[in-house]
Write a protein that binds this ligand. Structure first.
Ligand SMILES: *Cc1c(COP(=O)(O)O)cnc(C)c1O
Length: 426
């Protein structure tokens, strides 16, 4: 598409946007706020707001303990199956529970202990640090049993935008137990080719675990079709489930019965209400449940999925690509003269739904945007301002306006009055 920097052009894109009406499904307190952080914390869907009230007042308030037999107990798998529709997973493979980090711990440990003779774990420097810490913790834990795992982190092939795919391919060998990567990387927004990497790993006999945190709800995903083994993902980013909403895990049917969870809790027990004293794993993926789930948050998140399920992932992706292309165009046209560069792939096929724009003064520019321009992006070290585009509620006029305000911060040097000292949460 031939983009124009005129505001009328953004308004025209909005008038032709088939998803425009979904913005009305979200709570908008301040129409002047340009919220570009839906990739970190999605906005509040009206359906979720109403559901939270209903769960607290009616389910908890009136049903009390009876709620467990009125849909609470099954909620991890019921809501998991709904998320399954968004990630190409047939029923019985996705469970909502715990946090992303904990689900990575459970699934990665299960994958390693399934293949006791292999000692290599392949990941990359683009992965979310918590994912790398979890892997290091697993290595440390298993070393006490005399095992010596190597964690190989593939680096960048360019200026921290694209992972070195040739190095990744070369690193996966017959001694590799697990390949685990973020499908969309959290900083540059690079999008891995899931089918290709999964095939490469399988050719060498390795299992693959995808972290979908930055892709679920933004990109159509086909876990079953790719024959992926394992996946984890987030519900409070593009799925709008609310702060701390429980995460999900996916275990391919083909390997469910072979895997053992490293945490044996009563929710993963075969018949928990028999109260047997010895553990026996539940059939299927449910063995990866541990204990009681945050039901208020889980059911609120279930309602939050409605706009995404209605819109469908293909139309969300079409708009997302148009938005990130448009944002890349405005970066080049308006911001490059101020010293900005694009920190994300130019090719939309290799990019998720956020872009990073880089500047040596990125931290202070981000502060100025939040404090005085009513624009909310976020900052990621060392020089990335991340701009997330959530097709269900971000308009093209928002994108235009957000860039216009960044331009004003630069031309008026508004960032100069802020300290370089960083706040706790950036
Ligand atoms: C958001 C995110 C996390 C956060 O994990 P929690 O355990 O839910 O705090 C982990 N990994 C990735 C890739 C993420 O994007």
């Amino acid at each position: 598409m031939n983009f124009s920097a005129a505001r009328e052009f953004a308004l025209q894109l909005d008038s032709q946007d088939p998803l425009a009406a979904f913005r009305n499904d979200f709570v908008i307190h301040d129409p002047n706020l340009i919220y570009l952080d839906g990739n970190s914390l999605g906005m509040l869907p009206k359906a979720a707001q109403e559901k939270a009230r209903q769960v607290v007042e009616e389910q908890w308030g009136k049903d009390l303990i009876r709620g467990w037999n009125k849909g609470w107990w099954e909620s991890p798998s019921r809501v998991g199956d709904k998320i399954g529709q968004l990630i190409g997973a047939a029923t019985g493979q996705v469970l909502v529970n715990d946090t992303i980090s904990l689900n990575l711990f459970k699934l990665a440990t299960a994958a390693l202990t399934l293949q006791p003779n292999k000692t290599r774990i392949i990941t990359d420097t683009f992965n979310f640090p918590s994912d790398l810490y979890i892997l290091q913790g697993i290595k440390n834990l298993l070393s006490t049993g005399g095992l010596d795992y190597q964690i190989i982190r593939i680096g960048a092939s360019d200026n921290d935008i694209t992972p070195d795919l040739a190095a990744l391919e070369a690193a996966i060998d017959e001694n590799t137990a697990l390949v685990t990567l973020s499908h969309v990387t959290f900083k540059s927004g690079y999008l891995y080719d899931m089918q290709r990497i999964t095939d490469l790993a399988h050719q060498k006999g390795a299992l693959v675990l995808w972290d979908l945190s930055h892709s679920v709800g933004a990109i159509p995903i086909h876990l079953d079709a790719c024959n992926a083994d394992l996946a984890i993902g987030c519900t409070y980013k593009y799925l709008n489930g609310g702060p701390g909403a429980p995460a999900f895990l996916y275990v391919n049917k083909a390997i469910q019965e072979k895997l053992s969870s490293p945490i044996w809790g009563w929710w993963g027990q075969k018949n928990p209400f028999d109260f047997n004293l010895d553990y026996e794993p539940a059939p299927g993926a449910e063995r990866f449940l541990v204990g009681t789930q945050p039901i208020i948050s889980l059911l609120t998140m279930e309602a939050a999925l409605e706009p995404t399920l209605q819109a469908g992932m293909d139309s969300i992706r079409t708009k997302s690509i148009l938005m990130t292309d448009y944002a890349s165009f405005l970066t080049e046209n308006w911001l490059a003269p101020f010293g900005f560069s694009l920190g994300s792939p130019l090719d939309p096929a290799k990019r998720g739904s956020h872009i990073s724009i880089r500047h040596a003064e990125g931290y202070r520019i981000n502060r100025a945007l939040i404090e005085e321009m009513n624009v909310i992006p976020d900052f990621r070290e060392p020089d990335n301002i991340r701009l997330g585009f959530a097709p269900l509620y971000t308009s093209f006029a928002d994108v235009w306006e957000g860039f216009d305000r960044i331009k004003r911060v630069m031309s008026e040097k508004r960032y100069e009055k802020y300290s370089k000292q960083k706040l706790t949460v950036t």
